[in-house]
Design a protein around this ligand. Sequence first.
Ligand code: NAD
Ligand code: UD1
Length: 338
Amino acid sequence: MAILVTGGAGYIGSHTVVELQNRGYDVVVIDNLQNSSEKVLGRVEAITGKKVPFCLTDIRDRIGLEEVFSKYEIDSVIHFAGLKAVGESVAKPWEYYENNIGGTLVLLDVMRRHGVKDIIFSSSATVYGDPLEIPITENCPKQPCTNPYGWTKSMLEQIMTDIQAADPEWNVVLLRYFNPIGAHESGTIGENPNGIPNNLMPYITQVAVGKREILNIFGNDYDTPDGTCIRDYIHVVDLALGHVAAIKKLQENPGLFVCNLGTGIGYSVLDVVNAFMEANNLTIPYRFAPRRPGDVPVNYSDPSKALREMGWKTQFDLRKMCADSWNWQKNNPNGYED
Ligand code: NAD
Ligand code: UD1
């Protein structure tokens, strides 16, 4: 029996495949490679010493998915595939709804036709909007989202919740990620954004490697100790291990299970910049710039449910996240391009 990993060539998916294979799980990866490279899978194989069965398939392609489910004995799905750029989603809402929601509806239908009703879904802390409580527990009410990307996560959570309620044979694990950064310690796989990075850590590493001149820190007049926004940064390997824990949780037939994956610690943008400089003995030039629309001042998790119910907690600190992010970037200044 194998775990189907959709979007398994992407940033979080590839790290999760490593941790699953290292623990003896069989996986099958599908990806349409629209935001990744097949080279990733060769790098994963070099780390784990195991072959990664791969199907170049789009989750919107029903016939392609049917073939995958007929060819392999799949017993559960970890569903990473989706578009994730917030700004792009505002400019191209139809593309985001069609890919993320349309694709997931096809995937869920093919799954149930094949009697596969166990799924782990990549959701996001974005569903909490400007959170009504800090630290954020899973009981914190969801808020309206500020962009179509966020809405796709919020709506897909609702869709899977309703499907599970109608058919209790389904086990649905909704994992709400906080801010994944870092890379595998080999430095051979990592985050590889197209064009100008939107997110903080890839921007910092591109400044460090000389691809960008200076980091803009969006806002230094927030009501936080140093005026910059606070987030819950989590090492991507810890996040990957959260999926291994969630696979075990699925075996308990939990029905619907909603869980934060974060460290529970909030760091400001300046904390991250300083930690990066210290961990790597580098200087990152930065300047303060206007606030970025849609940013919330403070967002960090209460991760105690994950510990209580899945026995999972994070191991890696901010220094390690910064060291591993830089190790990846400096060894691969152009990502997976030669
Ligand atoms: P990523 O872009 O690196 O990985 C997503 C993968 O899905 C890519 O390899 C892409 O080619 C593939 N894909 C996209 N649409 C597809 C389709 N229609 N069919 C098949 N493959 C498709 O992103 P990531 O950072 O690894 O994120 C993985 C998941 O986690 C996404 O759903 C994302 O929204 C979610 N998430 C990410 C973050 C984050 O900060 N990275 C935070 C919260 C949630
Ligand atoms: C963003 C998305 C979130 C998504 C997540 C992962 C928004 C509002 N939220 O989270 O929905 O799930 O990415 O893709 O876009 N920053 C700078 N300079 C930069 C980049 C970022 O100062 O060049 C600051 C931001 O203002 C923010 C912090 O760094 O305060 C973290 O930003 P980012 O890495 O983009 O993550 P989020 O905004 O938390």
